[in-house]
Design a protein around this ligand. Sequence first.
Ligand code: OMP
Length: 291
Amino acid sequence: MHFFDRLHDRIVAADSVVSVGLDPDPDRLPEAVQDADLPRWQFNRRIIDATHEHAACYKPNAAFYEDPDGWRALRETIAYAHGKDVPVLLDAKRGDIGNTARQYATILDEDHGPAADAITVNPFLGRDSLEPFLQHEDKGVFVLGRTSNPGGADLQDLELASGEKLYERVVHLADRWNDNGNVGLVVGATAPEELEEIRELVPDIPFLVPGVGAQGGDAEAAVEYGLADGVGLVNSSRGIIFAGEDSEARRASDSRATGPGDAAGRGSPEQFFEAAGQSAKRLKAQLNQYR
Ligand SMILES: O=C(O)c1cc(=O)[nH]c(=O)n1[C@@H]1O[C@H](COP(=O)(O)O)[C@@H](O)[C@H]1O
């Protein structure tokens, strides 16, 4: 099944366009998982348990998994998300010369275990660098268009001799690279004007819109311009997965005052993950106002 059909079905089933970013920063994992075998996997498992009802997709960022235990944690996470019927978009921002790109793209093959359903790619090296990903017809390939970070403007806003901005050229190219109907674009919620403009340029391409939550992006614009025929994703990572940090801090201060696990269960480790579930639910409701 093609990724965007799969995503469409999930968006309908969950009534949600929320992408939950799984960026398990080792320095921020709660005590409850720190001593586990594969803490990142145990963290993600509990985050998925708490959030899957509200998730259209999970988006693990490869940066948080690039070590031997990390890759194991990532594979377990992908399998577990699939078990909850939620697709997985691997945020790897790949892009390299042909033979290297072919090797990178093998991460989408199922031969070595559960694989992601979609990936993010960096278009800076041009079409041949993305071809091995695009050839995976049933996988989504999200091309970085206009990113959410402050430095996104440094190159992406440069005006070319043709009068186009660089990100506009990327958007046009992404449209041309879409022979298999599997191309999406990444456009940050922190750039609402560009979001609107890019939607006009490519009415039919679904966007992944990161940057709401911790980066303070525009949730209304993310939904209004991010969806094509109802299909698209609005991602929050830290704003969901670390929403429970307040309860973790409270638990630490409670246990100093009263000993662990007070009668009301106030500040229990479960509250950390419940807070993630509540945060995903709130974001879903907020975004659904604009759909
Ligand atoms: O490709 C991405 O997902 C991405 C593109 C972009 O322009 N900005 C951006 O923040 N991201 C990713 O989206 C996630 C945002 O995380 P939070 O800021 O914690 O919600 C991180 O994994 C980023 O790497």
